[in-house]
Design a protein around this ligand. Structure first.
Ligand SMILES: Cc1cc2nc3c(=O)[nH]c(=O)nc-3n(C[C@H](O)[C@H](O)[C@H](O)COP(=O)(O)O)c2cc1C
Length: 202
C-alpha cells in the first residue's frame, strides 16, 4: 500500500475481533511511531503497551475514576455529554486487545513557561501527534484497525499514578483486528480550509 492510499484508507475502528496481535507486529507499529519527526529530534514520547491483565486493570481504573467523578460533583450539561462519550470509548477500550498509552516526556514545568518554552511545548505535542498518526498508518499496513483516543482525560491522574510514570499522559491508542469496515467520515471542503495567497500582502 502506498502512503497516499494508506492516508485515504485509514478509518477510526471501534469494533475489534478478540484475536491477539503478534508482538512483531506491535514492534513494527511502535517503530513507525518512533520514526516521527520531533523538534531538534528530542523524541518527546514514551509508549506503554497494555495487553491482557494490564489492559483489564486500566479499564478498571478508568471505570473507578468515572464513579468518583459522578459522586464528587454535579456535572454541568456539557460535561455529562463528555462523560457519556468517554464511557462509550471505554467500552471500545475494553474490547480492543491492545491499548498503547502515549506519554509526553518533555512537558514538565507548565507553570514556569517563557514564550519560547510555551511554543516548544506545542511543538512537542505536534510531534507526538505525528508519531500517533504514523502508528495508525503502519497498523493499517499490518491489517490492524486503530482508534486514537483522548477520552481518557477524566482519569489521566489516576492512570499516571498507576503507571508510576513521569510526564504527561497525552493519548491512548486502541489496536486490534477490525470487526467493522467503517465508511469515510465527511471532511470539510478544501476551499473552506485552505487559503492560497499568490501575491504580496501589503
Ligand atoms: C486527538 C484525537 C482524539 C480522539 N479521541 C477519540 C475518542 O476518545 N473516542 C473516539 O471514539 N474517537 C476518538 N477520535 C476519533 C475521531 O472521532 C475520528 O478521527 C474522526 O471522527 C474522523 O474519523 P476517521 O478517523 O474515521 O477519519 C479521536 C481522534 C483524534 C485525532
Amino acid at each position: 500500500m502506498n502512503v497516499i492510499e494508506a492516508i485515504e484508507k485509514r478509518r477510526s475502528v471501534r469494533k475489534f475481533k478478540k484475536n491477539e496481535i503478534d508482538k512483531d507486529i506491535l514492534i513494527g507499529i511502535l517503530k513507525a511511531g518512533i520514526c516521527a519527526p520531533s523538534p531538534k529530534n528530542n523524541q518527546p514520547w514514551k509508549f506503554v503497551v497494555l495487553t491482557d491483565g494490564s489492559k483489564k486493570e486500566l479499564v478498571k481504573i478508568i471505570e473507578n475514576g468515572f464513579e468518583n467523578i459522578k459522586s464528587s460533583f454535579g456535572l454541568i450539561i456539557d460535561e455529562k455529554n463528555f462523560l457519556s462519550s468517554a464511557q462509550a470509548t471505554l467500552k471500545i477500550m475494553e474490547e480492543a486487545p491492545v491499548i498503547i498509552i502515549v506519554i509526553n516526556t518533555e512537558n514538565k514545568n507548565a507553570d514556569r513557561q517563557t514564550p519560547v518554552k510555551k511554543f516548544l511545548e506545542m511543538a512537542n505535542v505536534q510531534s507526538i501527534g505525528a508519531s500517533i498518526e504514523n502508528m495508525l498508518l503502519a497498523a493499517l499496513e499490518y491489517g490492524i484497525g486503530s482508534l486514537w483516543i483522548s477520552d481518557i482525560y477524566y482519569t489521566v491522574d489516576e492512570i499516571k499514578k498507576w503507571l508510576e510514570t513521569e510526564g504527561q499522559i497525552t493519548a491512548a491508542v486502541a489496536l486490534g483486528y477490525p470487526d467493522e469496515n467503517p465508511p469515510p467520515v465527511k471532511r470539510k471542503e478544501m476551499d473552506v480550509l485552505v487559503e492560497w495567497k499568490e501575491n504580496c500582502i501589503s
